[in-house]
Design a binder for this molecule. Structure first.
Ligand code: SF4
Length: 447
C-alpha cells in the first residue's frame, strides 16, 4: 500500500483513539478504531445505534463520509507528546504510559474491505510496534493471516480475538453479510496461533436459537462445536455474551430484525425484547432465561482449558478475572490492564460468596483516578462536546449512576440485583452488597 493511495481517505476520525465509554465495566480503558464506518453488514451490528452510525447520520440529513484515524494524532499520543491545554489527550498519554495496552476494534472492524483498499491499520501496526504497545485486536476478518499483516503481528505484542457467532458457515453468511465464513475465521485463528500469536475466541453475540442447533457430526450443539473448534485452532481464552437488542430500533434496524428472525426461523427479536427489562436501552432478556446456556459454555470452556471472560452483565461475575476479554490479572504480559471496575466488583463478590464471606463495595473501589480528570461531554464525542454533560467529569457522572439505583444503568439494575444498595458511607455514597444470584432464589423471590 503506498502513501498516495492512503491520501484518498480523509484522516480526521478524531474519536479513533479514546477512553471507552464502557470503561466502568471493562478492564481495557483505551479503544482504537481505524475507520468511522465498517464495510461488513452484520444484521445485529450495534454500531448502527450509535452516533457514529451511518444510518443515524442519514436520518439526520447528513451524508456519511468515510474517515480514518490520523496517524499524527495516534503517534502524538503513543509517542507521549503532551499538548498544553489538551486535557483529554494528556490524560490518554498518562494512561497509555502507565498501562501500555489498548483494545483495537471496539466499535468497528479495522480489517475489512476499507482496510484492503486503504491500509491504514497496517500503518497503525508500525506505530504500536515502535511504542511497544500491547494490543488486543477484535476482528471478523481474515486479513491478519496475510503475510504483510502477519509479519507486523510477529514484530509486536498482539492478542487477536476472532469474533464468530456460529460454526455453521451457511447460517453465518446470512447473519453477517460480506464477512469471511466462520471456517475461514477458524483457519485464520489457527494460522496465527501456529505463528506464535496469542488468539482468543470472541463468541458474541450469541443467539439462543443458533447456539442450540445441532450442527456437529455427532449431533453436538453449536456452542460446543464452537469451543472445540477454537481449542483445536489454538485459542487460549473465550470471551462471550448473549445478544442485546436496542429498545427503540430504527426503521432499518426493524428490517434487519425481521431478516434475522427469518434466518433463525423463529420470531426471536420480539421474544427477546418481551423477556427483557422494559426500562433498559439494551434489551438483554433476563438471567433466568440465559442461565443454563451461560453456565454450560463456562463449564465446558473450563473443561477444555480455556480462560473464561464474560462480557454479558448477566453472569459477568463468573469471569475468571477482572478482564472480560480473557486475560488473567497476574498475566505477566497482558495483566497490566485497569483493575478498578464494576466487573472486578462482581467477580470479587462471587469469589467471596464461594468462600462463604460477605462482600461490600464502595464507589471508589470501582473507578480509576483518571476519571476525575476527564470531562464526560468530551468523552462521548471527542470532536463535539456534549452539552448535556457540561462541566461534569466522568467520575461525577458515574457517581450519579452509582447513587441512583433506580436508573437503568445503575449497578443494581445493570447486574439485575446482584449488587444491592446496602448503606451510605461517610461521603454519602452508597455501599453495595453482593447478593449471589441463583435460579432457585430468583423463582422464590418472584413467588
Ligand atoms: S464487523 Fe462489527 S462493526 Fe462491522 S458490521 Fe459487523 S458488527 Fe458492525
Amino acid at each position: 500500500m503506498d502513501s498516495e493511495e492512503n491520501e484518498k481517505i480523509r484522516r480526521d476520525y478524531k474519536s479513533g483513539i479514546r477512553f471507552t465509554s464502557d470503561c466502568w465495566d471493562c478492564g481495557m480503558h483505551i479503544s482504537v478504531d481505524t475507520y468511522n464506518m465498517c464495510s461488513f453488514g452484520c444484521l445485529y451490528c450495534f454500531s448502527n445505534y450509535l452516533s457514529r452510525a451511518v444510518e443515524r447520520k442519514r436520518m439526520g440529513g447528513f451524508k456519511p463520509v468515510l474517515r480514518a484515524i490520523s496517524t499524527k494524532q495516534i503517534s502524538d499520543i503513543l509517542d507521549r507528546r503532551r499538548v498544553a491545554g489538551e486535557n483529554l489527550t494528556n490524560t490518554l498519554i498518562d494512561e497509555v504510559s502507565k498501562h501500555g495496552i489498548v483494545q483495537w476494534g471496539a466499535l468497528g472492524e479495522g480489517f475489512d474491505r476499507f482496510e484492503e483498499r486503504y491500509g491504514v491499520s497496517l500503518e497503525l501496526m508500525d506505530i504500536f510496534n515502535r511504542n511497544d504497545i500491547k494490543v488486543r485486536i477484535s476482528t471478523k476478518s481474515t486479513l491478519l493471516a496475510q503475510d504483510r499483516y502477519l509479519e507486523k503481528l510477529k514484530r509486536g505484542k498482539y492478542t487477536v480475538s476472532f469474533s464468530i457467532i456460529t460454526s455453521d458457515d451457511e447460517m453465518a453468511k446470512k447473519m453477517e453479510l460480506g464477512v469471511p465464513t466462520s471456517s475461514e475465521r477458524f483457519s485464520a485463528m489457527r494460522k496465527l496461533a501456529e505463528e506464535g500469536i496469542r488468539v482468543h475466541l470472541r463468541y458474541r453475540p450469541i443467539f439462543m436459537p443458533l447456539m442450540e442447533r445441532r450442527v456437529g457430526s455427532g449431533g453436538e450443539e453449536d456452542w460446543k462445536v464452537m469451543i472445540d473448534k477454537a481449542v483445536d485452532a489454538g485459542a487460549k481464552a473465550i470471551s462471550y455474551e448473549m445478544v442485546f437488542l436496542t429498545k427503540g430500533p430504527t426503521y432499518q434496524q426493524r428490517r434487519r430484525d425481521a431478516m434475522m428472525d427469518k434466518v433463525m426461523g423463529v420470531p426471536f427479536t420480539s421474544w427477546w425484547r418481551s423477556e427483557s427489562i422494559p426500562a433498559q436501552e439494551c434489551q438483554r432478556a433476563n438471567r433466568l432465561l440465559k442461565y443454563d446456556g451461560m453456565m454450560k459454555i463456562r463449564d465446558y470452556a473450563h473443561e477444555r482449558g480455556l480462560i473464561v471472560g464474560i462480557s454479558d452483565p448477566h453472569f459477568k461475575e463468573y469471569s475468571d478475572s477482572s478482564s472480560c476479554c480473557g486475560f488473567l490479572n497476574d498475566d505477566p504480559v497482558w495483566g497490566n490492564f485497569w483493575k478498578k471496575s464494576l466487573l472486578n466488583a462482581v467477580v470479587e463478590g462471587r469469589k467471596a460468596f464461594e468462600r462463604g464471606e460477605p462482600y461490600y463495595v464502595s464507589y471508589d473501589d470501582t473507578v480509576e483516578e483518571w476519571t476525575k480528570k476527564v470531562e464526560v461531554g468530551y468523552m462521548f464525542s471527542i470532536p463535539r462536546r456534549h452539552k448535556y454533560y457540561e462541566g461534569w467529569t466522568l467520575y461525577e457522572h458515574l457517581r450519579n449512576k452509582w447513587n441512583t439505583p433506580k436508573y437503568a444503568r445503575s449497578p443494581y439494575n445493570y447486574f439485575e440485583g446482584i449488587l444491592f444498595p446496602d448503606y451510605l458511607d461517610d461521603e454519602k455514597n452508597i455501599v453495595y452488597r453482593y447478593r449471589h444470584w441463583t435460579p432457585e432464589g430468583f423463582k422464590e423471590a418472584r413467588g
